[in-house]
Design a protein around this ligand. Structure first.
Ligand code: ZN
Ligand code: ZN
Ligand code: ZN
Length: 340
């Protein structure tokens, strides 16, 4: 059975589903049950659909007794452009979906993320460029993750990807990356031993950050498919914080990929074929074994794409330097997950 399924009939349900493809029940995602529930069963428990369900933006539920009209996820978005325009509604839909996937992953890893769980509240602003205003910059400050909604327009995102010489650029990748900055702020200043280890592995973050980013963006960027040694991406070269955020995003990507079942429905009915929950993987698997599992899966994806004549779906190299950095993140996540 999929880690997400309809509590009414057991059918796999995916993040986008708002009805069950087997029992046809309208579904809502219950943050109490951490599963999709048929709406009538949810409403019998006092849960109700998020106010954004009517606009097609959200399929989560508001818990019984919660006075808000929006679900936990929608409430974490504190700023949105005026909806009701296709050029805004579509990108906001993809951003909100990616945000719910991120929240799901963080929760399954055992990491604090939802309102009330973190030192600084984690919030999101999805903004559009406006005439006569400076362009909206994607980034993180004080718990607020800002993303320019043009990142959810595939044509504009591809332009940006090519201009920056990146091998991949996704909305989910942005959110994961910015969540790395968020957790760095949450954890490192409270934990001198981890901060010292961070500086050993990633470098000294006290170098001038604004200048480092300005220098990075000022460099001409010829297309270069090769990854720098010890770094998961070219952007990681910009500053130790960017290296951390890029590596963090990659760690989340791997765990997400490993928690996604790669069996068909019939096979997946047997317990042994269940995809492990990310939290169980983190608790019970050392990083080398986790990388073995992940790279085996990635090789299958690449083989399929090569046969189709498409670029590698996983164009990354995990060398010894990247592996050591991922190992540090793995231990931090373990520590956080077990302290909750
Ligand atoms: Zn069902
Ligand atoms: Zn919602
Ligand atoms: Zn960054």
């Amino acid at each position: 059975m999929n880690r997400l399924h309809c509590l009414g009939c057991g059918q796999a349900a995916y993040l986008r589903n708002d009805w069950c493809t087997r029992c046809q029940a309208p579904l809502g995602f219950s943050t109490e049950q951490w599963a999709f529930m048929p709406l009538d069963a949810a409403e019998a428990r006092g849960e109700r659909p998020c106010a954004h369900r009517d606009t097609g933006l959200c399929n989560w539920l508001v818990s019984a007794g919660d006075p808000h009209v929006h679900c936990l996820s929608c409430r974490m978005t504190t700023c949105l452009p005026a909806l009701g325009r296709p050029e805004v509604d579509q990108p906001v839909y993809w951003l909100e979906l990616a945000k719910r996937r991120l929240l799901l992953s963080l929760r399954e890893l055992g990491l604090p993320a939802l309102p009330g769980e973190t030192r600084l509240p984690l919030r999101f602003a999805f903004l559009e460029d406006l005439p006569d205003q400076p362009p909206v910059m994607t980034g993180h400050a004080q718990g607020l993750i800002t993303v320019n909604i043009k990142e959810a327009d595939p044509r504009r995102r591809l332009d940006e990807q090519l201009a920056m010489g990146e091998v991949q650029r996704t909305v989910l990748g942005h959110l994961r990356h910015e969540s790395g900055h968020f957790y760095w702020d949450e954890w490192m200043n409270e934990d001198p031993a981890s901060l010292a280890r961070f500086r050993d592995l990633f470098g000294d973050e006290r170098s001038d950050y604004a200048q480092a980013l300005a220098d990075h963006h000022a460099q001409p960027r010829p297309w270069d498919p090769l990854q720098p040694a010890g770094m998961i991406s070219r952007y990681a070269l910009a500053h130790p914080w960017e290296d951390w955020a890029e590596t963090w995003a990659h760690y989340l990507l791997m765990l997400d990929g490993l928690s996604e079942p790669d069996t068909d429905e019939a096979e997946a009915e047997s317990a042994s074929a269940q995809a492990p929950l990310a939290g169980d993987l983190v608790r019970h698997t050392e990083l080398p074994a986790l990388l073995d599992q992940w790279l085996s899966r990635a090789r299958h994806g690449n083989a399929l794409n090569r046969a189709l004549g498409l670029p590698d779906v996983y164009p990354f190299v995990i060398d010894a330097g990247v592996s050591t950095k991922l190992g540090f993140i793995h231990e931090l996540v373990r520590k956080q997950a077990s302290s909750r």
